[in-house]
Design a protein around this ligand. Structure first.
Ligand code: KIV
Length: 272
């Protein structure tokens, strides 16, 4: 059952700011391919994130670092072909924006031009300020991402909760305000204390989207494979699984194998 306060035929960056103003929570989920994006879009998820988590989920890498710009464009264009309603945001992958603002702009332009996406997402605050400015100046909407930023995993050393200490929390708040001032339309807050999410969300007019950031964010994002229970080894506290597809798919596939072996499949009706 939907509890939307207003029907959006097409979600835009403006719709998200309006949702925050109206007190309507924003739903965001990842998708990396056409078939999944069709289902996610039809279920009226507001924002589809073509996350660089595709590196883990689709390609089996341990981190998000190996995925390339070409691979992100491939995933994004598959998603774009599926959607009628959702706003599609694409992650700029590691190495495609950190070295200088011109390179960041070139990468963002490639994503927009070659995939047809609607916006890009970058990890970081003050340190990527010039890149964010340049991309925004080209008319490309930018979403920020603070807290646990997986592209910096080797700096952090672990995937534990960020900004528990005063100093890191203060820097996060400053970065959030800076990203809003620069013109970002939204901000992902990953794995930070719920109280800090509340403080940041109340200090900004742009929406915050939490993942492991608690209930005070203006919206929530999850990796769709986690929500559906297709992944089963990853069990963080913040994750709510709505299905156990790993088991259900495994059972269905085992049944298929048995039916082939026993010559039950195909039967007389299943042939020409
Ligand atoms: O890549 C991703 O899926 C993300 C979300 C975890 C926010 O950035």
């Amino acid at each position: 059952m939907s509890v939307a306060k207003k029907e959006y035929k097409r979600v835009t960056v403006k719709s998200l700011v309006e949702m925050k103003k109206n007190g309507e929570k924003i739903s965001m989920l990842t998708a990396y391919d056409y078939s999944m994006a069709k289902i996610v879009d039809a279920a009226k998820v507001d924002v589809i994130l073509v996350g660089d988590s595709a590196s883990n989920v689709m390609a089996g890498h341990e981190t998000t670092l190996p995925i390339t710009l070409d691979q992100m464009i491939y995933h994004a264009s598959s998603v774009i072909r599926a959607i009628d309603r959702a706003l599609v945001v694409v992650d700029l992958p590691f190495g495609s924006y950190q070295s200088d603002p011109k390179e960041a702009l070139r990468s963002a332009i490639r994503i927009m031009k070659e995939s047809g996406a609607h916006a890009v997402k970058l990890e970081g605050g003050a340190e990527i300020k010039e890149s964010v400015k340049r991309i925004l100046a080209a008319g490309i909407p930018v979403m920020g991402h603070l807290g646990l930023t997986p592209q910096s995993i080797y700096k952090f050393g672990t995937y534990t909760v960020r900004a528990k200490e005063e100093e890191e929390a203060e820097k996060l708040m400053e970065d959030a305000k800076l990203l809003e001032k620069l013109g970002c339309f939204g901000l992902v807050l990953e794995k930070i204390p719920a109280q800090l999410t509340k403080n940041v969300s109340e200090s900004l007019t742009i929406p915050t989207i939490g993942i492991g950031g608690g209930k005070h964010a203006d919206g929530q994002v999850l990796v769709v494979h986690d929500l559906l229970g297709m992944t089963h080894e990853f069990n963080p506290r913040f994750l709510r699984r709505y299905m156990n597809l790993y088991e259900e798919m495994g059972n269905a596939i085992s049944n298929y194998v048995s039916d082939v072996k026993s010559q039950d499949f195909p039967n007389d009706e299943e042939q020409y």
